[in-house]
Design a protein around this ligand. Sequence first.
Ligand SMILES: [Zn+2]
Ligand SMILES: [Zn+2]
Length: 106
Amino acid sequence: MSTPSPEHLNPDSRMQCRDHGIQRPTIICSHLQYGECLGFNVPDRLPAGPMAWLPMAWCDACDSVLREEGGWNDRSESFASPKMMCAACFEIIRQRNLPGDTVQKS
Ligand SMILES: [Zn+2]
Ligand SMILES: [Zn+2]
């Protein structure tokens, strides 16, 4: 697992997912990766700038750190420890972590 470097991604970037093949990249916090019902927070409004196209999500715990810190900085980022996920995994993780949703186990 390499650390994601969003600054090196662009809208044409693709990544190889072990389960889904070639996909668009997304960024999630490390907690969501294996978590269930942790909450699924996305940017309130699309951040202006070159990263606006990149889907991002983080759990409720990250969200409170984010609010305390007033945004992404070293502390909130090291707490979230963001991971790069393929767009299909992002959707699965979203379903699994949305509050109030029945967790579907296959
Ligand atoms: Zn988190
Ligand atoms: Zn995937």
